[in-house]
Design a protein around this ligand. Sequence first.
Ligand code: 13P
Length: 644
Amino acid sequence: MATLSLRDLNLSGRQVFMRVDFNVPIKNGKITDDTRIKAALPSITYILEEGASLILCSHLGRPKGDNNSEFTLKPVAINLQELTGKTVLFVENLDDPILKKPLPQGTLCLLENIRFDKGEEKNYDILSEKLGKLGDIYVNDAFGTAHRAHSSTEGTTRFFSRKAAGFLMEKELLAFSQILSSPSRPLLAIIGGAKISTKIGVLYNLLDKVDSMIIAGGMPFTFFKAMGKEIGNSLCEDDFIEEARKILDKANEKGIKIYFPVDHVISQKLEPGLEIKTTNNENVPEGYIGLDIGPETLKLYAELINSSKTIIWNGPLGAFETKPFDEGTMAICRIIAKAKGICVAGGGDTVSAINQSNLEKAFYHISTGGGASLELLEGKILPGVAALDRYVQDRSMKLIAANWKMNKSPCEAMEFIDELIKKISETKPSGSDILIFPTYLALKETICKSRGTEISIGAQNAYFKDSGAYTGEISVAMLKEAGCKFILIGHSERRTVFREDDELINEKIKAVLANGLNLVFCLGETLEERKQNKTFDVILKQFKKGLDEITDIDRLVIAYEPVWAIGTGVTATPEQAQEVHEYIRDLLLRQFGKEAADRTRILYGGSVTPENVKELMIQKDIDGALVGGASLETGKYLRLVFYK
Ligand code: 13P
């Protein structure tokens, strides 16, 4: 997991803005279940103990942008006060003057329901920016809302350069990544619930991961209809019969057995007190509805559960809300609790079944997020999680990037980073952002060493395909998995020595952005082109083609590197560099608008040294440097980073 953790940040004296999920059930002004509030306590306590002040932000229910007292978070403030033993400052209005100055260290503040603001669900910039002013560090501990791209979960991350996942978020992500990427096998998925339409993505994705799968609840009947079985009046989504066939085909192809119920508890209506029967096979007779799994199914499922090492469970196995059709689900809950394998469970009804059984402790992980956990099972990246890795371009800080090219062994790279960290911790802040591009071989070591520091590590190149027969190449997804934050694309050495053209560079840029990584996109003219007065034409062509079909440049940094200045000792004069930088900013303005143009960093590269760095950096449109030779010695690189 590349996302920073709370533990990685220095919180002392800072103000933290934390998105939490306090969407708890409230009846007559009283909280009926405060599990979600308790789940956020470890992060809250830690932040306060580390010496920060803390502003908490949450939604409650769906007030749809109206200030509706039914959805106030006041009862939560009271509960939180009792749980923490600390005074909770409840702030009803984001324009309250109390929020205009930093809060005293140790203050715990809770904002009123953020969904009272119409901008929240629409992810409006105005609200995002307002929230961005409420702290110097952003933490997201609201796993249950991380699948929503709202202002407080996504938009506002553009206004925080320091961001981290809270402990609950971290725990949730870790549990899911563990079972989905390196589970102990056999891995069994139990997917229940009413409709297949809401779980198609999950079924497809899990068929690539599991060893066997149980499909139960209301879903089997659409499959049964596809197989020509009798389903009586059971729930069936006729529009998804074809989809059900495709899922069966995929399971067949993969050799994964799907275990449907082999008998059912049936009744004529979903009402308590009516006559209940059990079928002796998977068919449901006319006039009846399949409402729960039967005893033979339970036996079969118990065997499967007991022979699995890892179980993913999402969705009840019958019409759980109406007794006695909850019995199958409750029985499965007890079987899983006793089984040796570990179980990660998620989804509203599943979690409430586990809570009713009082067997929570026997589960390895019970997710606090319904929709969010489903999206993880679908293999999706949650917007609230991706946003934590968002690189924020802060043009008031120069970005001093080191391109080590084909230099430094992993050992040398580690020594360099060690020295850098030591120096940075000894001195006052450098005022520069640090980004290092080591060789592929040194990535692992440098990423490990720089974890929790403000040093970012990037890769010097990547191929745009995710996988396949591309001997010698490494995909963007692989580099992301390894913990890279940036990829360098379009360096002139790749253009000239490795014959990369604008089209290939464009594919690579698309791949980097699609994977949610940041990039430094290089462009620049040769000496010949400059002599022929073609500099601007060349830049225009490289810019247009490289960024063709790109619409969002939040994660883009541009580096102007005149080829004639690279490694030659001949630097562009500050005026020459500024002229081209201004031209590039104008291209940004025309293609992506003023806001993007104002925000995007443009670096200069080509024989930057400690001697010439300052005169370059003071130019209006130069936002940092991409340095080769002078970045190889710690002493020299430090002089660049601390050039001010
Ligand atoms: P030099 O700083 O060695 O000229 O290299 C510049 C460069 O190519 C950085 O990418």
